[in-house]
Ligand binder design. Structure first.
Ligand SMILES: [Fe+2]
Ligand SMILES: [Fe+2]
Length: 157
């Protein structure tokens, strides 16, 4: 472990990895789910979200390796499904909000212990997840209350 890194910073990285993997699992599941509903466009979009979250996980792994610790996520958060796109996006917003809260707390802690490098790492991720949440809200605004995005769907879950 690199000398001078606060153990709590490593703890935040571990929690972040777990939450990013949970996001990968959630978006990947939603990709398959909406594909089953016949919503190919939404499936493409969830596939892109999955890749984005995977890249976040990759950045965290790189940072942990740089700090000399072995990446180890803990138990993933269970995926929450829904019966339409509207419900899925609401669940995603909650997940993105949790990511923002975690990164914000981690960045603030880094400020307290004067860890500028990890602080800016967490701040960047915080900003990306905040933007991610905004993008999802915009998508949500484009579909109607019944979860239809202009494509026929069958609710099977
Ligand atoms: Fe992420
Ligand atoms: Fe995200």
């Amino acid at each position: 472990m690199v000398v001078g890194v606060h153990p709590r910073v490593l703890g935040y990285l571990g929690r972040a990895l777990t939450l990013e993997y949970s996001a990968v699992q959630q978006y990947m599941t939603q990709t398959s789910l909406v594909a089953l509903w016949g919503q190919a466009e939404a499936a493409d979009r969830f596939r892109r979200e999955t890749v984005e979250e995977l890249r976040h996980a990759e950045r965290i792994i790189e940072r942990m390796l740089t700090l000399g610790v072995a990446p180890a996520a803990s138990q993933l958060r269970p995926v929450r499904t829904g019966s339409d796109l509207y419900q899925l996006l609401h669940q995603d917003l909650e997940l993105e909000e949790d990511l923002v809260l975690l990164y914000d707390e981690a960045a603030r802690f880094c400020t307290v212990v004067r860890d500028e490098s990890n602080g800016s790492f967490f701040r960047d991720l915080c900003e990306e997840e905040r933007q991610h949440g905004e993008d999802l809200k915009e998508w949500l605004g484009q579909i109607d209350r019944n979860g239809r995005g202009g494509v026929d769907q069958r609710a099977t879950f």
